[in-house]
Design a protein around this ligand. Sequence first.
Ligand code: GLY
Ligand code: MN
Length: 459
Amino acid sequence: MFSAKTYIERRRRLQADVASGILLFLGNDDCGMNYADNTYHFRQDSTFLYFFGSDYAGLSAIIDIDNDREIIFGDELTIDHIVWMGTQPTIREKSLQVGVNLTMPLSSLKTYIDEAIRKGRKVHFLPPYRPEHQVKLFELTGVNPAEQASLASLDFIKAVVNQRNYKSDEEIVQIEDAVNISAEMHLHAMQMARPGMKEADIAAAVTSIALAREGNLSFPVIATINGQTLHNHYHGNTLKDGDMLLLDAGAENRMHYAGDLSSTIPVSKCFSDRQRSIYQIALNAHQSAVAALRPGVAFRDIHLLAVKAIVDGMKELGLMKGDATEAVNAGAHALFFQCGLGHMMGLDVHDMENLGEVWVGYNGEPKSTQFGLKSLRLARKLEPGFVLTIEPGVYFIPELIDMWKAEKRFEQFINYSEVEKYRDFGGLRNEEDFLITADGARRLGKHVPITMEDVEAMR
Ligand code: GLY
Ligand code: MN
């Protein structure tokens, strides 16, 4: 936990930004996996963590801006809870740690909100992402779950995003810690992966590192020989000579900040010639993107720079043809790169995705609907303090190739007969994390080999 001062200042600024009404924060609860007492790993809500720091289940809070009052709501532990799960600080002790002086039992939250609504005061809430919060919000405000996302407070969302997007120095220390743990996970996988192992062996090994550092994973591990499936969480395949293993894995550190790295390694000691040619294309895209990172540049343009590098490489290989810029504008590259170049990262691996990419990554501008570009999570002009990922990849998805070929889509840009030779290639991606600084960008965390020579040296 940071010092109380950090949380007090964050809340003060939030209060000033939203200006009036009541801000409602729903902390997360324990949630049964298959019965009530066998719970999923507890993860506090990131916005609750950011403003109230307290990493315990069953808390809610409000900032009553009009009356300049902050309250944490929670119930003291029962003796049964203490017997089975151990003790915790009292609600008051938890609250004082983050500079909140007023506490009330959970049952008072409804009374407080009812009273505010009766007086016609505005109750600001954020879009809920857990069903139990939809129910809670319905009970508290009477807003139907189906309408909660659209009736969430834009002023509140924008004010939260406008703080959390700019990482402070003490946050950068935490993020770098998470990236370092993530790097350890990747370095270990690079050294251990051998033909005959299962993808699950790699997933288990990297997970154990995250757990041993007293944190957790920042998202479920992707350790796959089928890297063409962008978020492939199946781990049942056996690694064999000639495969590539794509590892996309990150740690969440003790303070719940995320790291997010991807690497692609040959299961044999070296990449094949065919793998080298595609790997180099993704690496060129990666390096051109990294070289362009600085304040004032729109991330959409950096994405397009990386995309252009992929098209140039594909043209050289004979898989694409025609004018590269026209191909990019038309979206023809999305046969090979269907997603975005990167995303914001912080307390969430895709930071604040629950609050809406349009606010986090687009500053309110609408997103493109073009296949490929619609999956770009970040497009806005970069500013110092932003933390983001760079993760271009090249993916050969047989079903997509078949679909586009049958439709004759972008035939002026795509040589389908050449593409066919790669339909069983799979996919690859490399990913690093960056802080935007006053005059450029700084890669965060320990270096993980990314050039083919450096990767092969690890094998
Ligand atoms: N690391 C998973 C993702 O960025 O989507
Ligand atoms: Mn990522």
